[in-house]
Each structure stands twice: as structure tokens, then as C-alpha cells.
Ligand binder design. Structure first.
Ligand SMILES: CC(C)(COP(=O)(O)OP(=O)(O)OC[C@H]1O[C@@H](n2cnc3c(N)ncnc32)[C@H](O)[C@@H]1OP(=O)(O)O)[C@@H](O)C(=O)NCCC(=O)NCCS
Length: 156
């Protein structure tokens, strides 16, 4: 749809973002983290060369989903930390849209690689990452307590 926008988060998005986060994840990120990223206009500096970047997929003020990633400038390495689409907006290509946006921004910023962790059982997300050209490269036993993480990676 043409009225979709990928933009930095704003304070008025926060209630919706936190609701989506709680609906998507058994251990949601705290409100404080989202607030911090939002008041720094979606670009939070963690260290000299490490930034956390957040983009929101929205139809005007209606938040459809979001993606958060980390860029390590010296290492030229990106890491997707969080990706979520509102339940009633899934299976319409929204996940692909915002994931590809993040990967393109990382590549444009000079990252050479990107990786992420995903629950082994999360087939929706795993197929999304495969379609974006990411490859399962490793497994971390017990990363989510009783469940393993699969590491997906891509080289730009
Ligand atoms: C994973 C997640 C982000 C995917 O979002 P999404 O918007 O459904 O993603 P897409 O629509 O791009 O793709 C999902 C499926 O919809 C299908 N699809 C895409 N566009 C479509 C369309 N226009 N019509 C019908 N189906 C479509 C895709 O083929 C894909 O199906 P597949 O698994 O058979 O390949 C979403 O399920 C989610 O938020 N899950 C909870 C949070 C989560 O697990 N995040 C990832 C943590 S690592």
C-alpha cells in the first residue's frame, strides 16, 4: 500500500509499540528501552562506535510494526535485535518490507555483515529471513532457556 511509511519512532507511538511487543514476545523489552530509543530519535548511541537504530512501519499514526538493529561501525557488523509486526497485519509482506529496509540501511551505512538469533520453533520468522537471503549458520544451545537459537547471517 502506498500510504505506508517507514520512519523514526515518536513519543505518540510508544503505547502501540509496547502493546505489540507484549503481544509478540514472552519476555518483552521494557518500556524504558523503547523510550530511550525514541527520545534519541531512533538512533541511540551505546558506545563510541555502536548505535542502536529503530524504525517504525506505520500508516500515519497507526503503528504496524518495527525493527531494531545494532551497527558496530568499526567491526562493520550489523545485528538485528528485534522485529515485530502487529498480529492482524501479518502475512501481507509487512515483515519483509521492514526487514529489507533494515538490511538495506545497514549495507548503505557500510556494514559488511548482519546476523540475528531466532527461536528454533519460530517458522514464520525463519522463513522471512531465508526469503531475505539470510542463511542459518549456527545454533546456540539453550539460548532461550529450554529452546535453542538459530543464528542467521548475511554478507552484503
Ligand atoms: C515474523 C514476523 C515479523 C513476520 O511478519 P509478516 O508481516 O507476517 O511477514 P511477511 O508477510 O513478509 O511474510 C510472512 C508470510 O506471509 C506470506 N505473504 C507475504 N505477502 C503475502 C501476501 N500479499 N499475501 C499472502 N501471503 C503473503 C509470505 O509468503 C510468508 O509466508 P511463508 O512463511 O509461507 O513464506 C511476524 O510473524 C511477527 O511479528 N512475529 C512475532 C514476533 C517475532 O517472532 N519476531 C521475530 C523474532 S526473531
Amino acid at each position: 500500500m502506498t500510504d505506508l511509511d517507514i520512519r523514526q519512532p515518536v513519543i505518540d507511538d510508544l503505547v502501540q509499540i509496547i502493546e505489540i511487543e507484549k503481544n509478540c514476545f514472552p519476555i518483552p523489552w521494557s518500556q524504558e528501552i523503547f523510550l530511550r530509543i525514541t527520545i534519541t530519535k531512533g538512533r541511540f548511541q551505546v558506545d563510541d562506535d555502536v548505535f542502536i537504530i529503530m524504525k517504525v512501519l506505520a500508516r500515519q499514526s497507526y503503528v504496524i510494526g518495527y525493527v531494531i538493529w545494532e551497527e558496530s561501525v568499526y567491526e562493520e557488523h550489523g545485528h538485528i535485535l528485534n522485529l515485530a509486526i502487529r498480529e492482524d497485519e501479518r502475512c501481507r509482506g509487512n515483515g519483509s518490507l521492514i526487514l529489507n529496509h533494515a538490511l538495506n540501511r545497514m549495507r548503505d551505512a557500510g556494514m559488511r555483515t548482519c546476523e540475528l538469533e531466532v527461536r528454533e520453533s519460530n517458522q514464520e520468522a525463519r522463513s522471512l529471513y531465508s526469503r531475505a537471503g539470510m542463511v542459518a549458520v549456527d545454533r546456540v544451545k539453550g539460548y532461550y532457556d529450554v529452546e535453542d537459537a538459530i543464528i542467521y547471517a548475511i554478507e552484503f
